[in-house]
Design a protein around this ligand. Structure first.
Ligand SMILES: Cc1cc2nc3c(=O)[nH]c(=O)nc-3n(C[C@H](O)[C@H](O)[C@H](O)COP(=O)(O)O)c2cc1C
Length: 197
């Protein structure tokens, strides 16, 4: 059974919906999944100043928070973050910055990694955000598994670097988004399964 950690940060819930879809599909395929959101680090006054942000933080209050051990445990890791000016969120970066001890012991290497993101606009930085996560995976010595155009569904969402949701086009996940997420997690589990065979 492949152990999959889904590690993500979400302010408004898009990333959470994407991560939840990935987890459901992985579990349906027999994987053992840890679905873990990254701890909020923004000041409470910033969170409370935006109703959707405050609502999502309240929704996640009792859900398990990502720990470095979740990566140590995993055979495969899918990481997600919304775009912030073309980069990953500071919240996800803060979590990544706690991984130094595991990195130093070589415990982040030789796992399968893939990434997902969301942005308000189509050309608002999805590729740079996904590539930022892929850069980190390279430093881990990870085996980066981009979706490429390895299935017809990738010609619909059109993102070979990972999965990206454009929230300005439709806030909720649509069939194209779900197909791309299902494709990514299936590919990650298939390749992790071959590596662990
Ligand atoms: C500070 C900040 C910066 C952002 N920068 C961008 C950006 O550069 N391009 C873009 O298209 N959307 C940008 N967005 C929009 C978010 O990426 C978008 O709302 C994302 O889907 C949020 O994901 P979430 O619902 O998981 O939090 C930004 C949002 C915030 C709050």
């Amino acid at each position: 059974m492949t152990k999959l950690a889904i590690i993500y940060y979400s302010s408004y819930g898009t990333g959470h919906a994407m991560a939840t879809r990935l987890a459901a599909t992985a579990e349906a395929q027999g994987a053992e999944v840890r679905l873990r959101h990254v701890r909020e680090t923004a000041p409470d006054e910033a969170v409370q100043s935006q109703e959707p942000w405050a609502a999502h933080v309240a929704e996640m209050k009792d859900k398990p928070v990502a720990q470095p051990d979740d990566l140590d445990w995993a055979d495969a890791v899918i990481m997600g973050s919304g775009t912030r000016y073309g980069h990953i969120t500071s919240q996800l970066q803060s979590f990544i910055d706690t991984l130094g001890p595991l990195w130093g012991q070589g415990k982040l290497a030789d796992k399968v990694y893939a990434a997902f993101t969301s942005s308000q606009t189509k050309h608002g930085g999805q590729e740079t955000t996904l590539e930022a996560m892929n850069t980190t995976f390279a430093h881990f010595g990870g085996i980066i598994v981009p979706p490429g155009y390895t299935d017809q569904v990738k010609f619909n969402d059109g993102n070979p670097y990972g999965v990206g949701k454009v929230t300005g086009e439709s806030p909720e996940l649509n069939d194209t988004d779900n197909a791309a997420l299902d494709h990514l997690v299936t590919r990650v589990l298939t390749i992790a399964g071959k590596l662990n065979a």
